[in-house]
Design a protein around this ligand. Structure first.
Ligand SMILES: *[C@@H]1O[C@H](CO)[C@@H](O)[C@H](O)[C@H]1NC(C)=O
Ligand SMILES: *[C@@H]1O[C@H](CO)[C@@H](O)[C@H](O)[C@H]1NC(C)=O
Length: 805
């Protein structure tokens, strides 16, 4: 809609200008002069016209990248209109934080430090790997009313939980409990900080929203919540000292820094000198209002604190003390029952510790769901500078609370596989938010960095998203999977059917965007855009494919074609057909594309190497590349490591990079069950010197020249041998599929059983050994590597345990 409006407005103004200038020339000059002038003027007018058209076209093209898709939004109800998911732990990047699903929600959160160790350990607030916590993560979390988390910061254990009480018109109430114990039940002075803050990223919160301190509690008002109160109620243990501050913080990303600045040293009878909260000098500036109210409590462990949020609108007595303890037990029990009902791990014979690990894997994903609001930064070939995307909300799970506490497009498709089993409501709402981020071109930015807190955690070079960049359409596959698994949600009138209906034009546009922008030079071939050879990388990365440094053609070029993308497009066409079908729309054109991409002769022509008997990418490639240290050209210059090419590249299949990419025709079920190529892939899968390891399938074959090789001086290997759970999940799903029928069924079934056992054993062992799920696992010793906790797609281990694909 916005685009069309823009276009008409510009055309109109051009027409007006030209007509009014020729009109005035006719009346005021003699005929000769008039002719000359008129010709001259028409010429000038024409040039002006061309310039105007050029500029407006440029303006038009420039604005396409951040113009929203022109149709009804998929998300219809948000904020208070969805009362059961209004409040939540929607700040996954902090150890414990709550906010509502509202662009300008007040945020609440916890910080802590050990009095005697404050200097060495600092203050805990954001999930941070450098804090070296022994473990942390949700043990139970239903995504709606309740959650329970264990944080182990030796010698202390901090259990945080929350329970929501629905009711009223303003989002209901909640209680959060912070329970601190110390090893050996020791009594140790410990500092807990609970704060409330207003987000001012969208402009000053006052006068509409306010926060202040009164009678030991945090009070506040916002247009949505009206009057609310947060009381800190000690339930067990000794409170030694309490202080507070009413302050102005420069932004949500600087709360901890502001907290430090508010500390003043005071004399204390027991502790000598004590850092307590004091007044904020900045508030004397009349422009600045209170937007940050921290309360610091010096306690002696063990200590149990109830944080009670009440709303004036709902005068029922809030949950606290023994009553809370009782309610917590009830929630724990019903969560465990629901988990068993959905995944049946106990029934399948898993012992209690493994079932507990499975619950924690799921809870970590559900508890990692956040609510973000803001505008990312994007660019296209027509924008001179990066431009802001439109401001939008995003309700999404995150891959890792410490390292990637924000939304990632292809990750979300994998998250949805598990979330959809737990709660189709949550999975559909998340998909709806993502689909509302599609622009008029049909593009969805791959990484979503919305709001000050999210932005503060992303290195500058990764902030701007290019509209040439794709990312696997896993979200589309996941939606189709949900439709196939639970057709009753979609085949008759209801909220999910209606949402999918609203989504359809967007899904179509997204699908079409891939078809037009990621095409290869040969018919039915595809190419990931965005590869750049800077002379420093051993093999230029393909970030858009999701497989970052997985080796591709050594010299990026337009002749390249990527077998994984071609298979994704097969699966995308198949998914579109499924969704079109259930919505009773025309699915024939998707079926036609799907069938064409499933044509094995075509696939083999583009990607099968008769020589190595494997599928591969095609492009300008040389295996004769290595990293060398370059001597400085001038004295005093630092040496640097660059790529040296010893054998010139040739157009060819990239067969040396055997690994996940080579498996895609099987992974995405492109091959027919009776395909002899499938037989060869299954045979290769089982070879320990290639991809098979006792810990899952390696991303790259041990025999590949780039196996576990660094990509630059600073980039360790990432998708060059490590075991990744998302692709292993796809492999299991495919193996189960091929176990049903055909000449390879027995082999597929045997591989599936062994692969599953390997993955489950290793992921659970590592969880028990270290307290975390990991981004990836070593194919050599099974050890977790990359970032932690990674309860994104690694949480798929729950579905693998349940044998549910
Ligand atoms: C606090 O945590 C400890 C250790 O997990 C537990 O034994 C105790 O019951 C908890 N107390 C309350 C009141 O929740
Ligand atoms: C913390 O909790 C874990 C899990 O319940 C337990 O194994 C560990 O001993 C506890 N640590 C302390 C310091 O209490």
């Amino acid at each position: 809609m916005m685009v069309r409006q823009r276009k008409t407005v510009t055309h109109k103004s051009i027409n007006n200008e030209t007509s009014s200038s020729s009109g005035s020339s006719e009346s005021s000059f003699g005929s000769k002069t008039f002719k000359f002038l008129s010709v001259w003027k028409t010429g000038v007018g024409f040039v002006c016209f061309l310039i105007a058209v050029y500029i407006s076209t440029l303006g038009y093209l420039e604005t396409r990248v951040n113009t929203p898709f022109d149709d009804d939004k998929v998300v219809k109800d948000s904020g208070l209109a969805v009362p059961d998911r209004y409040w939540g732990t929607y700040r996954p990047g902090v150890y414990m934080g709550l906010k509502s699903r509202e662009p300008r929600s007040p945020v609440f959160g916890l910080m802590w430090y050990e009095l005697a160790a404050a200097a060495q350990k600092g203050i805990r607030h954001w999930c941070d790997q450098n804090d070296n916590l022994a473990t942390y993560g949700w043990l139970r979390h239903d995504g709606v009313t309740f959650g329970e988390q264990l944080i182990s910061d030796p010698p202390h254990n901090i259990t945080t939980s929350f329970i929501k009480t629905p009711g009223g018109e303003h989002g209901g109430q909640w209680t959060a409990r912070i329970n601190v114990t110390t090893r050996g039940n020791a009594n140790v002075p410990f500092v807990l900080i609970w704060y409330a803050a207003l987000d001012e990223a969208l402009g000053p919160a006052a006068p509409l929203s306010r926060l202040w301190y009164e009678d030991g509690a945090i009070l506040g008002h916002t247009p949505q919540l009206h009057n609310f109160r947060v009381s800190l109620v000690p339930h067990k243990g000794k409170l030694l000292h309490k202080s507070f501050s009413e302050a102005h913080a420069p932004g949500l990303h600087l709360l901890k820094e502001k907290f430090y600045a508010l500390l003043k040293v005071e004399r204390h009878s027991t502790f000598g000198r004590l850092a307590v909260l004091g007044t904020d000098d900045e508030l004397s500036d009349k422009e600045k209002d209170i937007n940050f109210v921290p309360i610091q409590m010096l306690v002696e462990t063990p200590f149990v604190l109830d944080v009670v949020y009440t709303n004036e609108d709902l005068p029922t007595p809030p949950l606290k003390g023994e009553e809370y303890s009782k309610a917590l037990k009830v929630h724990q029990k019903s969560f465990d029952e629901e988990f068993e009902e959905k995944f049946k791990l106990t029934e399948k014979g898993y012992p209690p510790p493994d079932v507990g690990a499975g619950r924690a894997a799921l809870a970590g994903l559900v508890g990692g769901v956040g609510y973000f609001f803001g505008a990312g930064r994007v660019r296209s070939q027509y924008t001179r500078e990066p431009v802001p995307y439109w401001r939008a909300p995003l309700y999404t799970a995150v891959p890792s609370r410490s390292f990637f506490p924000r939304g990632f497009l292809w990750d979300e498709g994998f998250h949805g596989l598990l979330l959809g089993r737990w709660s189709p409501d949550i999975a559909m709402d998340i998909a709806a938010h993502w689909m509302d981020l599609i622009n008029v071109e049909g593009w969805i930015p791959r990484e979503q960095i919305l709001g000050a807190e999210a932005l503060a955690r992303v290195p500058k070079e990764f902030v701007v998203q290019s509209n040439a960049a794709a990312n696997p359409p896993m979200l589309l596959l996941q939606l189709a999977g949900l439709v196939r698994r639970q057709p009753s949600l979609f085949d008759s009138p209801g909220k999910h059917r209606a949402a999918l209906d609203r989504m359809f034009s967007r899904l179509q546009a997204w699908y079409q965007w891939f078809q037009t922008t990621q095409k290869g030079e040969e018919p039915t071939s595809y190419r990931w855009r965005g590869r750049e050879d800077d002379g420093l990388q051993l093999n230029p990365k393909t970030l858009t494919s999701g497989l970052d440094d997985y080796p591709r053609a050594s010299h990026p070029s337009d002749i390249e074609r990527h077998v994984d993308l071609r298979c994704w497009m097969y699966a995308a066409a198949d998914a579109m057909a499924t969704i079109a079908d259930v919505l009773l729309r025309d699915s024939s054109k998707y079926e036609a594309v799907r069938d064409q991409l499933a044509d094995e002769d075509l696939l083999n022509e583009l990607h099968w190497s008769p020589h190595t008997q494997t599928y591969a990418d095609y492009g300008l490639h040389s295996d004769g590349v290595r990293l060398v240290r370059q001597q400085p050209k001038q004295p005093g210059e630092a040496t640097r490591v660059v790529r040296s090419v010893t054998v010139p590249p040739q157009p060819r299949l990239v067969t040396s990079a055997f690994g996940y990419v080579s498996l895609f025709p099987m992974l995405l079920k492109v091959l027919k069950p009776d395909s002899d190529k499938l037989g060869k892939i299954l045979e290769d899968l089982d070879k320990p010197d290639l991809l098979w390891s006792p810990y899952g399938l390696r991303s790259l074959s041990k025999s590949s020249p780039l196996f576990m090789k660094r990509n630059t001086e600073h980039d360790p290997p990432y998708w060059r041998g490590q075991v990744w759970l998302n692709i292993n999940y796809l492999a299991l799903s495919a193996l189960r599929h091929y176990s049903q029928t055909g000449p390879h069924a027995a082999r597929a079934s045997d591989l599936a059983a062994r692969l599953r056992d390997n993955l489950v054993r290793n992921v659970l062992n590592e969880y028990k050994r270290t307290g975390y799920l990991y981004e990836q696992y070593s194919g050599e010793d099974g050890k977790g590597s990359g970032c932690k906790p990674f309860n994104g797609w690694t949480a798929l281990i729950v579905l693998i345990m349940a044998d549910d694909y």
